[in-house]
Design a protein around this ligand. Structure first.
Ligand code: ZN
Length: 575
């Protein structure tokens, strides 16, 4: 039998030592609360829900749900709560349904709210514990170099130390259970792991576990083919997904997240039982909701990347990327947990790192210097333009660049403001020992004063053999990030692309501002394009004129050519 780690060891490890203990000296707070967030609390009404025969979910006992699968001579528990205390409460409630022994445990991923009550469910049994092969690694990473920071920030995110009345809920659960109490936490380590998928049978329950990276890299979903029940872990819940966690997280691969939801859609589940928030029933309803969910994720990704390729910084992209109305108002995408603007910043950082691209932000003034100068400016009542000019005269170039940035945003004469900034950047270039820094400042200064334009990358000049060697999958996948979403909000069209020479088929379903690309033939395409793969690559690289290729019969189109042309125009990279 695998050793169950002692409570005391885990107490030492625990990074989510959350507590409901409210410091007694703190008075109850009266705050204005968001009515919608308040109403969302109903989602976490504490109860056991029977989803279908042999499938039950415990909701409202702690941050996450725990799911009971009843087999012939035993049960499987999917996700085991965050603490022994919450796990015991769930276990007692499940015991009212069945006393069969726990023969299997599934961790949908490594997060504390899914694993740290596992010892309680394993007591008196010797269950197999299923997880992705990387889950152990992530569990061990609980003890890492940034643990103190993550702990403190998590306590803030979950409102665990707020005075009474301070916290409404935790967005995906009522509260994070107390794990540093006398009862602590426990962990039964994974015993049965896998890489991409695992078909197994436990207590007569046929299960498929499928690796589905998203909210975490080790995420899996559970598919019960006989019951058409799908347990998506934390890749789906009734809130905008946490594409970034403000408690602090490394980059979450959001495109992979959308793809993982696509895997779920393909199975056409009749029941969806997430590990947070309430279960859903009905294949069509679930398909619609999952489609919206993956579209919202892809939209944020694609439109952020589009902004990146337009050389915009994160602040500017945040202002541009707003979910299409039908997604924004979906009850499954309200921003109770993740938020669109945080996600945009995360995608930006995931691709480009911390630097916004604005040269004035390469070496910003310290916060205290900035504050001092701002205070002086305010007390003197100096107009911004004058202050920028004075800073330049005083050779205070960084301050001048920062002031000029503001001037560009508010001044009627943007050109004048840009010239002032260019002057500051030119001077800053000469302060740099880093060749990278010097080049960047100088180039930007010439761009700002209009004396230099970096020509856009010309893909038509790429050697044909390199272009031809690129996989078609890459080329098709690169289209959605160019989509002019604002011009495609009313579109709903499927265009199939068939490449007989490489025996590959794709379709793009352009659906209200999002272009879903799938590598397979669509049975319901509005337009079908059949073309040699090399010809198509040259068309997309603008080496070949599509009209000429069509006229000469190199491109066959089944459907409206006019519609195809307007469709393709939506994906043309902006200059
Ligand atoms: Zn969770």
């Amino acid at each position: 039998m695998k050793k169950i780690i002692s409570v005391s060891t885990l107490l030492a490890l625990s990074f989510l030592a959350a507590c409901d203990d409210t410091p007694k000296q703190m008075a109850p707070v009266q705050v204005d609360t968001n009515a919608e967030l308040n109403a969302h609390t109903d989602e976490f009404k504490k109860e056991i829900i029977k989803v279908t025969d042999g499938v039950y979910v415990a909701i409202g006992f702690g941050l996450a749900n725990s799911i009971l699968l009843e087999g012939d001579d035993g049960v499987v528990i999917v996700d085991t709560m965050e603490s022994n205390e919450t796990a015991r409460a769930v276990k007692a409630a499940f015991a009212e349904i069945t006393q069969k022994p726990v023969k299997g445990i599934v961790f949908t991923h490594n997060h504390a709210d899914h694993i740290f009550g596992s010892g309680v469910f394993a007591e008196g049994a010797d269950p197999k514990v299923f997880a992705h092969e990387s889950t152990d690694f992530y569990i061990d990473r609980v003890v890492n170099v940034i643990r103190p920071a993550i702990y403190t920030r998590a306590m803030r995110q979950f409102g665990s130390h707020l005075p009474p009345g301070g916290r409404i809920n935790d967005g995906i659960g009522p509260f994070l259970g107390k794990v540093d109490g006398a009862d602590g936490i426990s962990l039964k380590r994974p015993t049965d792991t896998f890489k991409t998928n695992l078909k197994t049978e436990v207590a007569g329950i046929k299960m498929e576990l499928i690796h589905a990276p998203g909210e975490t890299a080790d995420q899996l979903f559970v598919w019960l083919p006989e019951k058409k029940v799908l347990l998506p872990g934390d890749n789906f819940y009734k809130a905008f997904p946490n594409l970034y966690a403000i408690r602090g997280t490394s980059y979450r691969d959001v495109l992979q997240w959308a793809k993982s939801i696509d895997l779920m859609r393909e199975l056409k589940p009749e029941f969806l039982v997430p590990s947070h928030t309430r279960p859903l029933t009905g294949a069509d309803k679930i398909d619609g909701i999952l489609t919206d969910y993956r579209d919202a994720i892809q939209f944020v990704h694609d439109q952020t990347v589009r902004g990146i390729n337009l050389d915009l910084g994160p602040d500017e992209i945040v202002e541009r990327v707003k979910l299409p109305a039908h997604l924004a108002k979906s009850p499954y995408l309200r921003e109770f947990y993740g938020m669109v603007d945080w996600s945009v910043r995360s995608v930006f950082t995931g691709y480009l790192g911390w630097f916004s691209g604005n040269a004035a932000e390469l070496h910003p003034l310290s916060r205290s210097e900035h504050a001092k100068r701002l205070a002086l400016l305010a007390s003197n009542g100096t107009p911004l333009l004058e202050a920028t000019q004075q800073a330049l005269e005083a050779k205070d170039y960084q301050w001048a660049a920062e002031l000029a940035d503001n001037l560009i945003l508010v001044n009627d004469d943007v050109q004048q403001a840009k010239l002032l900034k260019a002057q500051a950047l030119k001077a800053l270039a000469e302060t740099q020992i880093s060749a990278n820094g010097r080049n960047y400042y100088l180039t930007r200064s010439y761009e700002l004063d209009g004396s230099l334009v970096i020509p856009p990358i010309d893909t038509s000049k790429n050697p044909r053999e390199i272009l031809h060697s690129l996989p078609m999958e890459n080329i098709m996948a690169s289209l959605p990030v160019n989509l002019k979403a604002e011009d495609a909000l009313d579109e709903n069209i499927i265009v199939g692309f068939n490449f007989p020479d490489i025996d590959e088929n794709y379709f793009i379903h352009l659906r209200r501002g999002v272009a879903e690309v799938q590598k397979r033939k669509s049975t319901s395409a509005d337009i079908s394009v059949t073309v040699n793969s090399q010809v198509w690559k040259e068309v997309l690289a603008q080496m070949r004129n599509p009209a000429t290729a069509y006229a000469s019969g190199d491109i066959e189109v089944d459907g409206s050519v006019i519609d195809l042309v307007s469709f393709l125009k939506l994906f043309q990279p902006e200059k």
